[in-house]
Design a protein around this ligand. Sequence first.
Ligand code: TXA
Ligand code: MG
Length: 341
Amino acid sequence: MVIAEAGLALRAGELVAFPTETVYGLGADAFNERAVRRVFEVKGRPPDNPVIVHVASVDEVLAVARPDPAGRWESLARRFWPGPLTLVLPGRPEVPAATTAGLDTVAVRMPRHEVALALIRAAGRPVAAPSANRSGRPSPSRAEHVLQDLGGLIGWVLDGGPCEVGVESTVLDLTADVPLVLRPGGLTLEALREALGQVALSAGPGGPPRSPGLKYRHYAPQAPTVMLVGSPRAVAACIGRCLRERAGSGRRLGLLITEETLQMLVATGEPLDGAEVFCSGSRRRVESVASRLFEGLRQLDAGAPELILAEGVDEADLGLAINNRLQKAAGGRVWRCAEPP
Ligand code: TXA
Ligand code: MG
């Protein structure tokens, strides 16, 4: 009963990394200020970036938060939990400032993963958990990614296999008049609009960050990264030019591309020996791309290429979250690829 033991470790103030349906989380007792501070230390996370509190039932929310003024939280929770939706609600004063970064709100979600739910139940209390990566690195979608970043720094990593969704939860602020998506994620904007009617999407860079985490560089490989936008044909043509420019130079490219673009490159006879290719999935099933996104960035980065080119997808459904993560991984460097003649 390793989960029961891990639950006891959480109660004793230790940190436990665990799988969720989105990415792996680095858990601490949400009410234990020292344990939560240790999470920030281990991740190298700026202290003004609050963490999400994970619960194992809808009712447990009221231990850390109060209902939103318009009373939308409960129907959303009953409809979409367990699942990749985080609700920002007015916080309870008992939640330590380390967890909320001193804000008067609390972000809370119920993850859709047996191991996560069993762990929270075993701990018998809400679990504060950011993604279990070093701050700024791509999030971990497998237990080995947690070990790469935090091995040696934490006593517990529960291995639940690869995460199903692969991008983090959608963060929805319910304290605003119109519900506001602070971070697009595993639950689509389309699904939220169907449930709520009006939903606003946070402007991203520019205005003051509503979600403190949004102002930091994120998801970034060590290699310089550029996001490519365009049809598979346009993206393939752009990659072809980059490969030809480097031919014979020994400078290698990392390519995070879809099946459609890979087929296009192969069909045009582009020699791919100057590149390492990671096929993210199909544009026709963006869930496949989401689930392999962070793994692809990590794997390509491990080969220390001169440059990583990462292909974006259409912005419908999970495409919004995928492109958001790629844009951040690229530090905002986006090439719009022209359609070849
Ligand atoms: O899927 C997920 O959400 C994963 C798994 C482990 O649950 N967790 C995750 O946590 O992605 P993290 O810490 O990497 O991202 C949490 C995001 C940050 O952008 C943070 O600023 C925002 O949620 N956040 C947390 N509390 C908030 C609050 N009270 N108000 C606004 N934003 C908040
Ligand atoms: Mg994170």
